[in-house]
Design a protein around this ligand. Structure first.
Ligand code: ADP
Ligand code: TPW
Ligand code: MG
Length: 586
């Protein structure tokens, strides 16, 4: 229990005395929730207050927890989701019932989809009324709605079960494949009382919430047999590898094997993008030409073209896959060497079993990759140095690339279409878990929530780079950034719209096209409205100067970067996924 000898001023219920809880001293549901979370080292909550959880937030703050209030639950939820990714502990989002719960639910589903541990705690209305559908205040059967969208969902009805309920929620979120968990706390539970001593005893401090899962030795041997025979091997690192925090082991495995690697978006920086074995700038070549591919914490989903088709070329492929989720194996193509276990254990087992004299891949393969890398980097270099006005994506991102190079411990948050796709390939990352983005679903709106959680959880400076559309999904949270005075520099790539600002209404009517916004909007002035620093930048030099100043000062800043409205392409780099009409012509 926390705060022995202390009492909570705004708490109507008597708490511990300096002699400890005496007989007849009561605690309540509010404080049992708090004590259960704190006992398990959960001290930060991302929330939006209201009935029935306003006092829960107040008591949490009174008991020394950090409670950050957002302007919309979805953003609080995205913050909790990314906090889970960064810390390997469940990020907690707390909401009111029905509408607040539903607003947070998108983020819970996003966390589950991305394998991030998160707990959505929502207050709920009275069961008796909800189940008879008698029209309670914010009536909704939240548990039933949450279930298909998360890894586990629990409801606690009795104060004495709060400890076990929170323990179950934490363990479900972080063990095995991590994911989102819903915890339903009816209003009347929070007010229930019980003897302090019995309450303390009912709490559960979790032992080993995410136990190591060792791979079967024969699966390790099989994987090495496959890798050893490869002529053109490739390693793909996914965000599961970044999540695992097995950075040294992964680096040791890659370097000992000498196998070129490709980082997925949020695995960039696990090894520096400038590492000699990085095949990032030769992505198309390595996917097409490789003969053996080892996936480490990356799924063969749409982001890897399901492991087949023209992205992967005609060469027959064999896949080795390391993942904690056995069901992931053979999801899209047959996996010849599945290695099931936690990444740290699997990677170190492989490393150990490789022995002292592992043969490097054929030089023909590594030479071909290096030649392609060199050619692509040389082609890109002059584009990144342009100082055009208005800026194009390359010029603007060239400036930001230098900033991350000089400040490798800063966290980059990135969303948008063109703004995302160009930044992902242009901005090199140097350290693990420094690039946070739209994840598996490509969600617009993760920006401000992710930036806030990144600043809060790591204490590092944050650079949040988003398209003007993407920014709009969570833009109001710049007030939250200013309120907590967080070291976040937001850069809005303002090209007057979604993908481009040049589309016209095909009917010639008075409404503008569906993808365009008010021209030359001044997002920088929004930041000024809340007391932050707003900057209007029209050239890469101006942009670089403004961002450097923001990163030095740590002051909440928003730079409105004016991007040529003609520069982008439809859907960034995934325009091929748009269905085509056979009837209407653009
Ligand atoms: P990316 O989008 O970067 O390709 P994905 O989200 O598709 O990555 O894949 C991440 C994978 O990592 C998931 O299949 C998940 O089960 C797995 N994973 C997450 N954490 C661990 C871990 N600690 N050990 C092993 N596998 C993990
Ligand atoms: C929750 C669909 C994908 S990308 C995008 C939208 C609306 C915005 C692109 O414009 P932006 O970037 O941000 O200005 P840029 O640089 O190309 O101009 N709703 C959700 N998620 C997604 N992915 C969409 C809609 C979408
Ligand atoms: Mg845009």
């Amino acid at each position: 229990m926390s705060g022995k000898g202390s009492s909570t001023a705004i708490d109507g219920i008597a708490r511990e005395t300096s002699d400890g809880p005496g007989p007849g001293t009561l605690t309540d549901g509010f404080h049992l929730v708090i004590d259960a979370l704190k006992l398990n080292d959960i001290n930060t909550i991302y929330n939006v207050p209201g009935i029935p959880i306003t006092d829960l937030g107040r008591y949490m703050q009174a008991e020394g927890m950090r409670v950050l209030s957002f302007r919309h639950e979805q953003n609080a939820g995205y913050a909790a989701a990314i906090a889970g990714f960064l810390t390997k502990k469940p990020g907690v989002c707390m909401t009111v019932s029905a509408p607040g719960f539903l607003n947070g639910l998108t983020a819970l589903a996003h966390a589950t989809t991305n394998c991030f541990p998160m707990i959505l705690i929502s207050g709920s209305s009275e069961r008796e009324i909800v189940d008879l559908q008698q029209g309670d205040y914010e009536e909704l059967d939240q548990l039933a709605i949450a279930k298909p969208l998360c890894k586990a969902a629990f409801r606690v009805l009795h104060a004495e079960d709060i400890g076990i309920g929170i323990a179950r929620a934490i363990r479900a979120a972080v063990s095995g494949r991590p994911g989102g968990v819903y915890l339903d706390l009816p209003a009347q539970l929070l007010g229930q009382t019980m003897e302090m001593e019995a309450g303390a005893k009912s709490l559960v401090k979790i032992t080993d919430a995410a136990p190591r899962q060792l791979p079967a030795p024969e699966s390790v041997a099989r994987a090495l047999d496959v890798l050893k025979c490869a002529k053109r091997p490739l390693i793909i690192l996914g965000k599961g590898a970044a999540y695992a925090q097995a950075d040294d082991d992964i680096r040791a495995l890659v370097e000992k094997s000498g196998i070129p690697y490709l980082p997925m978006s949020m695995a960039k920086g696990l090894l520096p993008d400038t590492h000699p074995l990085s095949a990032g700038p030769a992505r198309s070549l390595v996917l097409k030409e490789s003969d053996v591919v080892m996936l480490i914490g990356a799924r063969l989903n749409w982001l890897l073209s399901h492991g087949k088709g023209k992205t992967w070329g005609d060469q027959p492929k064999q896949f080795v896959q390391i993942d904690i989720e056995p069901k992931e194996m053979d999801s899209n193509v047959g996996i010849v060497a599945p290695v099931v276990g936690d990444i740290g254990s699997c990677v170190s087992a492989l490393h150990e079993a490789m022995g002292g004299d592992w043969p490097p891949p054929p030089v023909g393969w590594t030479d071909a990759i290096n030649a392609k890398k060199q050619a692509n980097l040389e082609k890109m270099a002059p584009k990144l140095r342009n100082n055009n006005m208005p800026m194009d994506f390359h010029g603007a991102l060239g400036a930001l690339r230098t900033i991350i190079k000089e400040r490798p411990d800063a966290i980059l948050v990135n969303e948008g279409a063109n703004t995302l796709d160009f930044a992902r390939s242009i901005i090199d990352m140097y350290q693990p878990r420094k690039r946070l983005d739209v994840g598996t679903w490509g969600v617009m709106g993760i920006g401000m929530g992710s930036a806030i959680a990144a600043a809060v959880e790591t204490g590092k400076p944050v650079l949040a780079v988003g398209g003007d559309s993407a920014f709009g999904f969570s833009g109001m949270e710049i007030e939250t950034i200013c309120r907590y005075n967080l070291p976040i520099c937001v850069v809005v790539f303002n090209n007057n719209g979604i993908y481009r600002g040049t589309d016209v209404n095909p009917s010639g009517g008075t409404d503008v096209a569906t993808t365009v916004f008010v021209k030359d909007s001044r997002y920088d002035k929004m930041m000024e409205a809340f007391g932050g620093v707003g900057v209007y930048a029209t050239t890469p030099d101006e942009l670089g100067r403004a961002v450097n100043e923001a990163m030095d000062s740590g002051k909440p800043t928003l730079v409105n970067a004016v991007i040529d409205e003609k520069a982008g392409t439809e859907s960034g780099r995934i325009g091929n996924l748009n269905p085509q009409s056979v009837v209407s012509k653009k």
